[in-house]
Design a protein around this ligand. Structure first.
Ligand SMILES: [Fe+2]
Ligand SMILES: [Fe+2]
Length: 281
């Protein structure tokens, strides 16, 4: 994907991560990514205490999910009050995620011990509809975009996506490919799979209220991510058995995703309501 004049660093990073990685491309990725991730990780580390064991990680994740279960103001707004136009704007903002989701998880596989690989692969197979196009998550998102008469081609969608969303998208390329320890990825994905059933239930409510018929993307996640959450805990357990685990890194990965996804979702709702400038492009 070619860089365009006026692209923000995080938009550039997304395009570069989906470009053939020549030495020059890779150098630019590291130049943008390192300070951005370094600052985020340092902030999160400063705001938490070390995690003593895998059991403590499970407990802390439970506490974080519990604190988020009632939904943010933006989630409740979407469920209860958003107009069709506002919801459409939100769907457009997350379209790049919907159309590319899970594609960039694959580089984690060779970094994991074999039993952890199997658990993550079971998640990935579902993300791709077990090879059935009609069930693949990206295809479900495509149907939602079509119903709302939104663009479906990635270049157009990338142009109009905001920085907060790129933060959420870009982090996975770091987690799977360049993070020194893959525990950050395991924790990040474990958080994501565990948080989505409750987070997306607000979106299924919004679809029902607004008479949107292609909300299967959301309802399918509410259903299947309950299984994915368990698979990710299996992956973490198997990782520990094979190699030992740094549970603090798993926890920081979860906090990282909670922060970036929360910021992206809040900004998407604020933009839909005209409270933030629309992205350029
Ligand atoms: Fe998915
Ligand atoms: Fe999932």
């Amino acid at each position: 994907m070619e860089i365009k004049a006026g692209d923000s660093p995080l938009k550039q990073l997304f395009r570069l991560n989906r470009t053939l990685p020549t030495a020059a491309v890779y150098a630019r990725i590291e130049e943008i990514e390192r300070p951005w991730i370094g600052r985020l990780i340092a902030e999160l580390e400063a705001g938490t205490t070390p995690v003593g064991s895998r059991a403590e990680w499970v407990q802390r994740l439970g506490g974080l999910l519990e604190s988020e279960r009632a939904g943010s103001d933006s989630s409740r707004y979407l469920a209860e009050r958003a107009t069709r136009a506002e919801f459409r704007s939100y769907v457009r903002e997350f379209a790049v995620d919907g159309l590319t989701e899970a594609q960039n998880f694959f580089p984690s596989i060779p970094r994991l011990p074999i039993k952890a690989q199997m658990a993550v692969m079971r998640v990935l197979i579902d993300e791709f509809g077990c090879g059935n196009l009609m069930q693949s998550h990206s295809y479900l998102y495509l149907a939602l975009l079509e119903e709302l008469e939104l663009p479906t081609d990635l270049p157009t969608l990338v142009d109009g996506t905001s920085d907060e969303t790129f933060g959420f998208l870009d982090v996975f390329y770091w987690l799977t490919t360049r993070a020194e320890d893959v525990e950050y990825f395991l924790g990040g994905l474990a958080y994501l799979e565990a948080s989505i059933p409750s987070a997306f239930s607000f979106l299924t409510t919004a679809c029902e209220r607004l008479g949107i018929t292609h909300g299967t993307y959301y309802s399918e996640h509410v259903h299947i991510d309950g299984f994915h959450m368990k698979e990710m805990q299996t992956a973490i357990r198997e990782y520990e058995l094979a190699r030992g685990l740094d549970p603090t890194k798993v926890w920081i990965g979860a906090l990282l995703l909670s922060r970036l996804l929360g910021d992206a979702a809040d900004a998407a709702v604020d933009r839909a309501r005209g409270r933030l400038d629309a992205p350029v492009g």
